[in-house]
Write a protein that binds this ligand. Sequence first.
Ligand code: FCB
Length: 457
Amino acid sequence: MARIQFPDGFHWGAATAAYQIEGAVREGGRGESIWDRFSHTPGRIHTGETGDIACDSYHRFPDDIALMREMGFTSYRFSLAWPRIQPNGSGAPNPDGLAYYERLIDGLLAAGIRPFPTLYHWDLPQALEDAGGWPARDTASRFAEYAHHTVRALGDRVSDWMIFNEPGIFTFFGYGIGIHAPGVRNRDAMLAATHTVNLAQGDAFRAMKEEQTDARIGSAFSFQAMEPATDNAADIDAAERMHAWTNEWFLMPTAKGRYPEHAFESGVPDALGIQEGDLDRIRVPLDFVGVNLYSRGLVRAVNNDAWGWGARIDGMGGSEGPQTDFGWEVWPDSLHDLLVRLDADYDDLVFEVTENGCSYADAPDADGRVHDVRRIAFYRGYLAAVHRAIEAGVDVRGYHAWTLLDNFEWAEGTAQRFGLAWTDFTTGERTLKQSGHWFTRVTDQNGFDPEGDGEEA
Ligand code: FCB
């Protein structure tokens, strides 16, 4: 089999999120976020942990940069904590919060790594949740102001930005099923939140471009390649509705100025609260689409489900492929299939893979080595799938592994380890896993031999 060789200039990197790694939640004037409130509420995090310390990257970011240098990464996707920059979600930016990100970004630039920040990876200032949160339309204007202040302050150092991380997940998990902050369970609140987020994305895009005309601005969306669980017509139809709801609910309004009408059995729900002119406000030419993808979705038709989709997914993927510790199916074709489909259905999309990875608990052995061969197999498969999409003509500019180091995995606490580096949560020490060493060779050669080089064993 031919070598897998990526295009020149292809970006290699890892992704993280502020609340999952920074810790230092009371330092530098940072305000409270909905994740502080949620993780401190008994019963919300399965392990009873909080992100108060996490990986302590607020103090240890030079260690993080050293890991990336060792792996030869040229891009670091991280997120900015809104409550560090605006502790209460409005008003003048907090200089200490900005100073932290300046130190981090300067460290990355000095190491030859592209700083690739996301403005919002789920840590809404609690004060804004108290004022109605994402279901309240006004939050879109607050967000655009935050985006404006941030780009004004950091735009001299950052050229490529993401607005949101996974709007589909934080609205559905946060306001629909309540398993993430702020823990609300209300279908109408969830739908209203999705519309505010779409408005916020349009408003923020314009505010950012006004400040920095040559900025490259995208968003990272959660995607799952949808497949009907059987080949009967009802399941095929259900898979299409699930594709529209899951994969296009934020992309289509942004790119085409309309909602995917067939996502819900009865059309676009009134609970969105769409007002005159909203769709023009939402439509903006994103410079790239960030693809977060972990698995496929096997979809079945159901009657009268609470959401109005007429469709259901059982877990993350099926049971044909290997399962990660999270129970997510390893199914590399899903990344290829999703990229190829979006490329066909939309005009001129440019992609960056912004998250893809797996949780396995492999721990240091007696010699201190973390022998995570299943993770190497995972990355081999998914990277080969990205490469096939590129060969088929899809414009993919970079790949970011989720994640740089084991961290606070939301409601799972530190129980799910996705890192290329092992984190000792008692000492804060990081140890590159075998998969991290494997990436060093991949970035060095800008590709790999699909037959294996024997070195990862
Ligand atoms: C994604 C999130 C990321 C991490 C991975 C495992 O949905 O964006 O923060 O939790 O899943």
